[in-house]
Design a binder for this molecule. Sequence first.
Ligand code: NAD
Length: 353
Amino acid sequence: MRFTHRTHDQRVHFGTGSAAAAVAEAAAALGSRRVFVIASAREIARTGEVLAGVPVAARWDEVVMHVPESLAVRARRAAADVGADLLLSIGGGSATGLAKAVALTSGIPIVAVPTTFAGSEATPVWGLTDDSGKTTGIDDRVLPRAIVYDAALTASLPVAACIASGLNALAHCVGSLWAPRADPVNRALATEGMTALDSGLRDIAERPDGVAGREQTLYATYLAGVAFASAGSGLHHKIAHVLGGAYNLPHASLHAALLPYVTAFNAAADPDADVRIGAALGAPDAVTGLAALYAAVGAPTALRDLGFAESGVDAAAAAVARVIPPGNPREATVDDLRALLLAACRGELKGRP
Ligand code: NAD
């Protein structure tokens, strides 16, 4: 066994109903006196009590998916204008993403309070979009210094959104097994994440008002984010990046619908991972496990239902073929990718090709 694993330094507060106290503690630990809050108006209306113990200097409520560059420029200026010494993001990956965009150029630390299962808070990955598409990068300045996980803040997230977002986390877990820097540590985190997601998402689907399923899913979200941050972007994320950027598909649902097809493709060439994913999901192999979970929670399985038309398959396959990540367990030709995308578009979940 030979590997180099990097662990990121973050303080993780986890506890249902304890967000306000944990945010105050995290802000005090960083010596913050002028907090710049990034949260949409809807999120603030739902979670305003979280701010009770922090010195708020300003609030920013314009939050847009994939962080348009022009929005980042304005938010950076507003944070600078009030002399912000802490960015407090409350919301899904879009709110975290805007805080990261501000931190990227200012170095102001972030405390992230996630309200979805996107997992961005556990990664040093930033993303910005402009007319030419989405650019992503890795920078330690954007890694939140502290995360506050409180399952009560996800109670308002409807079941379908929970399922899509939780399967985005599952994509981080599965993808990290085949990503360029996959190693035994992030593999272990990813495997525990898959097991927790399997039980957490089933629980949310069965008992939407219960807290246990949301806690399990939130716990798994963190493991998934850490594994993904350590392992890097695999084939699944490369495909999602191409489709999300070019066709403006909803982020979480896109990841959810795509995952079984990429998993079937790669697992056919990696029996160990096939058994590992299957076992984590309580099944003999990965495809069987995913099919059972997707059926149980009513997950999306067809990209065409999300707005991706078959006419886009050829161009998308060609674009993905140019960005196949190193370490993928099998070669992926344009023909392979075309077949994969066509099946995903139509929702033909048949098992291994
Ligand atoms: P999002 O943040 O855009 O939220 C989706 C919708 O859910 C929004 O309308 C939001 O207002 C609403 N919402 C959020 N929390 C809610 C709650 N508790 N109750 C009710 N509604 C709620 O979506 P997302 O999937 O969380 O994040 C997607 C973004 O995050 C994308 O831009 C993606 O690229 C990015 N992302 C980045 C990373 C990374 O490592 N950098 C990882 C995952 C996702």
